[in-house]
Ligand binder design. Structure first.
Ligand SMILES: [Zn+2]
Length: 324
């Protein structure tokens, strides 16, 4: 006889309400950067400055990045249905992955452009550079402000946020380069700063891609101490062993935990379940749990999974499997 237990912790750091706020922040950012892109492109063509034109395309990439994040956010907000019982919450992670790849390509582009500019420097009109950069700084500071809170614990928002940082740093680089050129006439400062920025972008994009894959490939979330949770479950008096242990994240901040508890023949299901619930309540990083309490094993293919026998909790990959 099996008993299923589902607990849902109230402390979700990314609720539906939060997602609506995210969407609003993304929309403001999208409009701001979109309008600024058109102005900057105009300034670039008006002056003939390649530096400003290329920064305009940076800005355009940010608009695209924000748009991807917004679409992912909209899909993720759909409520669960029979055909997608988790909702489509993980669309956020797909969005983050696309954004990460996009950022990576931009990093290569910036590095390549800086390199070819070092080979052949061009004259840059500093006044237009200043004008364009200051316009950028204003829109970017506003965008970063509205996105700051949500990007901290949401990977999708983080991807979009990094796009804005990219254009923000791009604006600062234009200002520094314009000042140096005005004072010294040394043009290579522009591609050198640009390439340094490309390296930062490269590291950031790898980080986002890596985190996305961790969630898509269902690795154990870093904020769940699996050994500790299993140890606490094993400490429940009637529990003989804990097996079929899985922990993964639906999306950033929504961790799921699942386990089977083999209990003594004379033990009481309800009591064990009650004590198990307490373990999960004490662990705020677990969003949703499913626990099967059983007096004999029911699985066919359990050999595939890690077994946590009561006596050897510390032993992560215990080979012995004391079924019954
Ligand atoms: Zn089992």
């Amino acid at each position: 006889m099996n008993k299923q237990n589902n607990t849902q912790n109230a402390s979700t750091n990314h609720s539906f309400h939060g997602m609506k706020a995210d969407a609003r922040a993304l929309k403001i950012t999208g409009w701001l950067t979109g309008i600024y892109f058109i102005i900057e492109l105009f300034l670039g063509f008006y002056s003939g400055s390649v530096a400003v034109i290329s920064d305009a395309f940076h800005t355009f990439s940010a608009v695209g990045g924000v748009l991807i994040a917004l679409i992912a956010n909209k899909i993720a907000m759909r409520s669960p249905g029979k055909n997608h019982t988790f909702g489509l919450i993980r669309a956020e992670i797909v969005g983050a992955l696309l954004n990460g790849v996009f950022l990576l390509l931009m990093a290569f582009y910036v590095l390549w452009m800086g390199y070819s500019r070092l080979q052949q420097s061009i004259e840059l009109p500093t006044n237009i550079m200043f004008l364009s950069a200051f316009g950028g700084l204003i829109t970017e500071v506003i965008a970063m402000r509205v996105m700051w809170k949500s990007q901290k614990n949401n990977l999708n928002m983080k991807g979009a946020f990094w796009h804005v940082i990219q254009t923000f740093v791009g604006s600062i680089i234009i200002i520094i380069a314009a000042v140096v050129i005005k004072l010294t006439g040394w043009y290579p400062i522009d591609p050198i700063l640009g390439m340094l920025f490309g390296l930062v972008l490269f590291v950031a994009s790898i980080g986002i891609i890596k985190q996305s894959f961790n969630i898509l490939l269902e690795t154990t979330p870093k904020d769940i101490n699996l050994d500790e949770v299993v140890k606490e479950l094993n400490e429940i008096e009637a529990v003989v062993n804990v097996h079929h242990v899985h922990a993964w994240a639906l999306t950033t901040g929504k961790n799921v935990f699942m386990a089977h508890l083999l209990i003594k023949q004379d033990a009481d299901h309800e009591q064990v379940l009650e004590k198990a619930s307490q373990v999960f309540t004490n662990n705020p990083n677990i969003y949703f749990t499913t626990v099967q309490v059983e007096k004999k094993h029911h699985e066919d293919n359990e050999a595939e999974f890690i077994d946590y026998t009561k006596s050897s909790t510390q032993q992560k990959h215990s080979e012995s499997h004391n079924a019954n």
